[in-house]
Design a protein around this ligand. Structure first.
Ligand SMILES: *[C@@H]1O[C@H](CO)[C@@H](O)[C@H](O)[C@H]1NC(C)=O
Ligand SMILES: *[C@@H]1O[C@H](CO)[C@@H](O)[C@H](O)[C@H]1NC(C)=O
Length: 392
């Protein structure tokens, strides 16, 4: 019997030395087993030498992350048929990624219109099967959401009578230490296509994403293209760690316009931990809506003009005065003795509080006198925050 490892080369020869006394029947198999045992089966193949080192590391990030990136869709209703063009797969609504052994994180807006029991999670089982990964379609159930930061957590269940394939949680990075200019990768299922990756850089930090009554602070702006199917998928740094959750709800056209935004992972982590614990994220609630900053700028009023006050909210009970018939009442000039210049300042300070906390509000109160003159006084109120109203 001759020791021949043929075109598998020197590396394989060394690694598989003991299996190189091949039987004529299966030399390749032995060498592959040797590689698998040495933990190198997933390493870049020889032809990858033709790549630049940068390309090789990008390819490595993609290979490592793919098993942890999922497609999120709706399961079929009884009697409903899949359209043939869809390859037997559920139409993808967005992406998500593996958080821990049994949970997936995605965007709230991806699962908003699906029944909490009707979620399907599709991911690739890459537990090496002849190099041909298979798709696993699993049942998902909503654990909880945080609409304010567009975050949702889904628990994944194995098919009846089967075990859950091992989930591969993606490693988390830190969004607090990011730099403009560093490379990032977005992975997801844009337009329902299987796992695609796009590359870019961090184009900006601390962007504010205004999607509801409460803007999301500290968002990461990137030129990596983020399309609707990418929503909920991870934004990764060059070492493959999650630094943000992509969200593609900005553009009117629905397609990427070169400005992708991701919710910073520090924010996501804080909220996912709360959702896993109690099913929702409770925030301190004042019950005030603000007029756009442009109004106080135009009228040269310091602070932020109170537009309306939510009935039965802490602000209403404390006597905060909204605009009435176009006449300005209160404007918030300080919160916790910090001067307020914009609505963003208020949200940033409120984010540090939890329900039950007392905040001190400094108000500039305009009062129309019977004579027609307006007098202005400074008012201070201590207000106990309640909890944000729960939404489904
Ligand atoms: C506001 O306007 C309405 C009608 O437009 C009037 O009935 C009401 O008295 C006004 N309120 C105040 C406080 O001026
Ligand atoms: C608000 O609370 C602080 C601290 O307890 C207190 O010193 C202050 O007098 C209170 N202000 C009002 C207007 O109640």
């Amino acid at each position: 019997m001759r020791r021949r490892c043929g075109r598998w080369g020197a590396l394989a020869l060394v690694l598989a030395a003991r299996s190189c006394t091949f039987s004529a029947s299966g030399p390749r198999r032995r060498v592959v087993q040797g590689l698998v045992q040495a933990g190198l089966a997933r390493a870049a193949p020889a032809w990858a030498e033709a790549r630049t080192s940068e390309e090789r590391s990008a390819a490595q990030v993609f290979r490592d992350a793919t098993p942890g990136v999922v497609s999120v869709s709706r399961s079929l209703r009884p009697g409903e048929r899949r359209r043939p063009a869809e390859d037997g797969l559920p139409p993808s609504l967005g992406s998500g990624f593996v958080w821990d052994e049994s949970h997936v994180v995605t965007n709230y807006h991806v699962v908003r219109d699906i029944g909490p029991q009707d979620i399907q999670i599709v991911f690739l089982d890459t537990s090496v099967k002849d190099d041909m990964p298979t798709r696993e379609v699993l049942k998902g159930e909503l654990v909880g959401t945080d609409p304010f930061t567009d975050t949702a957590v889904v628990k994944v269940y194995p098919p009846v009578g089967k075990r859950l394939v091992p989930m591969r949680p993606l490693p988390l990075g830190k969004s607090s230490s990011l730099e403009v200019g560093q490379s990032v990768f977005a992975i997801g299922n844009p337009f329902g296509l299987d796992h695609s990756m796009s590359k870019g850089i961090i184009s900006g930090k601390s962007r504010t994403l205004d999607i509801g009554e409460r803007p999301i602070q500290g968002c990461i702006q990137t030129d990596a293209s983020i399309n609707p199917g990418n929503s909920g998928g991870p934004l990764l740094d060059a070492t493959g760690r999650v630094i943000g959750v992509n969200t593609a709800i900005l553009t009117a056209s629905g397609t990427s316009a070169g400005v992708g935004l991701a919710i910073p992972v520090d924010t996501v982590k804080k909220n996912v931990d709360l959702i896993l614990k109690q099913g929702f994220v409770a925030r301190g609630f004042l019950g005030i809506t603000f007029a756009p900053d442009a109004i106080s700028d135009a009228l040269q009023i310091p602070g932020v003009v109170v537009f309306s006050v939510v009935p039965n909210s802490p602000a209403e009970r404390a006597g905060v005065r909204p605009m009435l018939n176009g006449t300005i009442g209160d404007a918030i000039t300080a919160l916790d003795s910090t001067p307020i210049k914009s609505g963003t300042d208020i949200f940033r300070l409120l984010d540090k509080h939890v329900p039950g906390d007392v905040v001190s509000l400094g108000l500039r109160r305009a009062r129309r006198e019977e004579s027609g003159d307006t007098t202005v006084e400074q008012v201070f109120l201590n207000i106990t925050l309640s909890s944000t109203p729960r939404r489904k």
